[in-house]
Design a binder for this molecule. Structure first.
Ligand code: KG4
Ligand code: ZN
Length: 371
């Protein structure tokens, strides 16, 4: 164990199209510090195909991962003897990429006699506020990325209740498909936001999926189809049409999301009083909404979530952008949180393409593979 009882963990992330390695320290009091955080995006390799190609992703991880780990160790100024464990994403994600990360982590663990911690990628997103602002559960998490759209109650490390999930596309995917349809490139979330800034959000009346539904689930594929119909009718599209379509799409997304998160917040509050029962109320805390995932970069969405949380008396916490998107610091941190609780994994731990954080959650009606 390193100085002052701190533990130091190497984290490895290869579940999608970012190859990442990081070293994170955790004090016995539970404070985290990033010693190195290296990410290499494969965007350029996938952009020509308009989406992530699993086989290309796996090969690109193989080509670069060793160098990234070396770079992270050098930046952290550590040699192998300075590490206490190796944490690696074991799922959910693209199986080829996951296997690259896992095999590498297992090899290091075996060669150096270090414990292996197999981390759920979603749990790593969920626990990131512990690293960035020492936030402790319970809190409500909104995870909005290219692959996931969920609201989760983070009750404790390892204890999660899923509230809402998408019944079709993930939110980032809906942005990306809309961008592709309008010829704005891949991934297109940021481009849609840029074009929307110059557009009229009221020109096209697009559906607000799931608005007012009792269950807090999400849906975005109908909205994307509605955009396609409008675009077809308008063809050829002028720049003004594209701006107005992006603005109308974004307005519909934001309104739907706001309603869905509001519903999740209503469901979370009674759970919170149960979770806090018995805890000292010397410092009563406001309920908190934490947002993670690449779509959290969207400024219009952030503004609406700020208004909503203020209205409902919630704190809003959004980790810095580079820790909201995929990275290995969050994997190392989740690994550290597990390790200090005595959790570690055997060297035959498999990669898992699917790995729900809350296995007891009933599938959302109509949900496809993204649930
Ligand atoms: O979390 P992330 O970096 O990667 C994974 O999906 O794992 O999220 C990427 C997603 C993409 O779908 C991208 O289009 C979307 O986040 N995104 C945005 C914005 N910036 C990134 N969506 C809307 N507005 C943005 N400004
Ligand atoms: Zn992610």
């Amino acid at each position: 164990m390193a100085d002052r009882g701190e533990i130091r963990i190497l984290g490895i992330e290869t579940s999608c199209d970012e190859t990442a390695a990081a070293v994170v320290a955790r004090t016995p009091e539970g404070f985290g510090r990033i010693l190195a955080n290296v990410v290499r995006s494969q965007l350029a390799e996938h952009a020509v195909f308009g989406g992530v190609v699993p086989e290309i992703a796996a090969r690109a991880h193989v080509a670069i991962l060793d160098q990234l780990i070396e770079a992270a160790m050098a930046e952290a100024q550590l040699d192998w003897s300075g590490l206490d464990a190796v944490a690696v994403t074991a799922g959910p994600g693209l199986i080829g990429g996951l296997m690259v990360g896992l095999v590498t982590a297992k090899a290091i663990a075996l060669a150096r006699g270090l414990p292996l911690v197999a981390v759920n990628h979603l749990e790593a997103h969920a626990l990131t506020p512990g690293l960035t602002e020492a936030r402790r559960p319970p809190y409500l998490l909104l995870l909005i990325s290219g692959g996931h759209t969920q609201t989760l109650v983070v009750k404790d490390v390892g204890a999660y209740t899923r509230l809402g999930t998408t019944v079709d596309d993930a939110l980032g995917e809906a942005f990306d498909k809309t961008a592709k349809l309008l010829g704005l490139g891949y991934p297109g979330g940021a481009a849609v936001e840029r074009w929307a800034a110059k557009g009229d959000p009221e020109r096209f009346a697009l559906p607000r999926p799931m608005m007012g539904r009792e269950e807090p689930h999400f849906s975005f594929s109908g909205l994307k189809t509605a955009v396609r119909h409008v675009a077809k009718k308008l063809e050829p599209l002028s720049d003004r049409d594209i701006c107005d379509l992006c603005a109308s799409f974004q307005a519909a997304v934001v309104e739907s999301l706001r309603d869905r998160v509001d519903r999740a917040m209503q469901l979370f509050l009674p759970m919170l009083s149960d979770l806090s029962a018995g805890a000292s109320d010397a410092h009563p805390r406001r309920p908190a909404l934490v947002v993670a995932g690449g779509v959290a970069a969207n400024a219009v969405l952030r503004r609406h979530l700020q208004d909503l949380t203020k209205e409902r008396g919630f704190e809003l916490s959004i980790p810095p952008a580079h820790l909201c998107t995929d990275n290995a610091a969050m994997i190392a941190w989740a690994g550290a949180e597990r390790l200090v609780r005595g959790l570690r994994d055997p060297l035959d731990t498999p990669a898992r393409a699917r790995w729900p954080l809350d296995p007891a959650a009933p599938p959302a009606i109509g949900a496809g593979v993204k649930a």
